[in-house]
Design a protein. Structure first.
Length: 437
């Protein structure tokens, strides 16, 4: 089957650095994700061993398969599909107060009580006031406009304008989202919040003898709708491959049910963003949709993936039939015909920057691309004067957003990174921070 490879040397080195940082952060912050760390480490080993100047897709494909024990299936595996465990979907009956109490406790310990040898002050999260100051600095620039992900698919910056899109993958800290959204709304900023349907705040999967039960936290509808009422877009952070591989249940069907439920409570679900790096499952979660790439270097085509001992089908759902208008990662790819600047918060006061001029896009034809094309691009070199420029501090983010327009600047922010709390029993708020100072 056809496999597309990104062959730019500097981009590949940046990818390696990004994945190494991801491994470090996962290990420090979320020790429960040990299996994900191992898989990401394997992917790094493959990338370091790849001949980046080679156009031989089969060679990299074979290396990836041996290193990660990942097999891509050309045909649909009906036997495995028939063996999936049935699922019952019910309401958990939990109150919002109970759910937010658990969120506050868990996030406090994940983000504020880290390994003191790695973080001297033991704090991984910044304060809400830091987020407010960041936005105030960006909004003070007249040439910067804000847009949700859905709006971004229909907009095109003009002249030297920068369109800034803030993407929130809500993996854990739903409690900080409302005060964040209120800060944004007061400053005239519209962002997109991606709800993770496998997160603890969203519900709980329970395994019984002959079936699984998903207990959805339906009381949280009031929180989700509040985000939309504040003028923001609410979309879905997809994780169907986890449901297939870890629970042996139908992840595509589970995804359909959550889209239906979210729309039934009044949310306008128009797009999705995949959860986790592709190395965790051997494929990107967005590959559950027809014609979506399996991984950053493997194009659409496989009907399934076996990741170690775990299996999941791919290309099970059609986005247009579901009324889905975009997939978030495509904003950074060929599909948006404009320079894109992806700036992702990876830890406290640390951001990874991936700038992609329009001339450097077109990965579908990358077998014929010049391997030194990034190095010779003047826009690219204006942003990256050295390898250290891939990483910037929070104080440099507004400058990075404003730089080198016209373009789209995407700020990827997991809310927990601004979820500083005084204790495990409180919800972050500006009032709390001001009274604590």
């Amino acid at each position: 089957m056809p496999i597309s490879i990104r062959s730019d040397r500097k981009a590949l080195l940046a990818r390696i650095a990004y994945l190494e940082e991801a491994v470090d952060n996962y290990g420090a912050h979320l020790r429960a994700l040990n299996s994900a760390v191992e898989t990401l480490s394997n992917e790094i080993a493959v990338l370091k061993g790849a001949d980046v100047g080679s156009n031989t897709a089969a060679a990299l494909y074979a290396k990836r398969g041996r290193a990660t024990k990942t097999i891509y299936q050309s045909n649909f595996d009906n036997e495995k599909f028939e063996a999936l465990t049935p699922v019952k979907f019910v309401s958990s009956g939990k109150s919002v107060d109970k759910i937010l109490k658990d969120v506050n406790y868990n996030v406090f310990h994940q983000m504020n009580c880290g390994d003191l040898d790695m973080k001297p002050d033991g704090v991984y999260a910044e304060k809400l006031s830091d987020y407010q100051h960041l936005l105030e600095s960006i909004t003070s620039e007249p040439n910067v406009a804000f847009a949700t992900a859905l709006e971004l698919t229909k907009l095109q910056p003009s002249d030297k304008q920068v369109i800034c899109h803030i993407r929130h993958d809500v993996d854990a800290d739903i409690a900080v989202c409302i005060p964040m959204a209120e800060i944004e709304a007061k400053l005239g900023v519209r962002s997109t919040y991606y709800l993770l349907h496998t997160a603890a705040y969203y519900g709980e999967w329970k395994e019984n003898r002959d079936h699984c039960v998903f207990e959805r936290n339906e009381s949280m509808a009031v929180i989700y709708k509040k985000l939309q009422d504040l003028g923001h877009e609410v979309a879905l952070h997809t994780d169907p491959l986890m449901i297939y591989q870890d629970l042996n249940c139908n992840g595509a069907d589970a995804l359909l049910k959550e889209i239906d439920w979210l729309r039934s409570i009044g949310l306008r679900i128009s797009g999705t963003a995949p959860h986790n790096a592709p190395g965790v499952y051997g494929a990107c979660n967005s590959a559950i949709f027809v014609d979506r790439d399996v991984d950053w270097d493997i194009s659409a085509g496989p009907a399934g993936v076996i990741n170690g001992e775990k299996w999941s089908p791919l290309a099970m759902l059609n986005e247009s039939e579901l009324g889905l208008e975009y997939e978030a990662n495509e904003i950074f790819s060929d599909h948006l015909a404009i320079d894109t600047d992806f700036i992702s918060m990876t830890s406290r006061n640390k951001w990874y920057r991936n700038y992609r001029p329009l001339e450097m896009k077109g990965h579908k034809a990358e077998e014929e691309a010049d391997t030194n094309s990034l190095e010779s691009n003047s826009k690219y070199n204006r942003v990256y004067k050295s390898d250290e420029d891939f990483w910037i501090q929070s104080s440099k983010v507004p400058e990075a957003v404003r730089e080198a327009g016209p373009k789209v600047a995407v700020l990827s922010i997991h809310p927990e990174y601004y979820g500083w709390r005084t204790s495990a029993s409180c919800t972050p708020s500006l009032a709390e921070i001001q009274s604590d100072v």
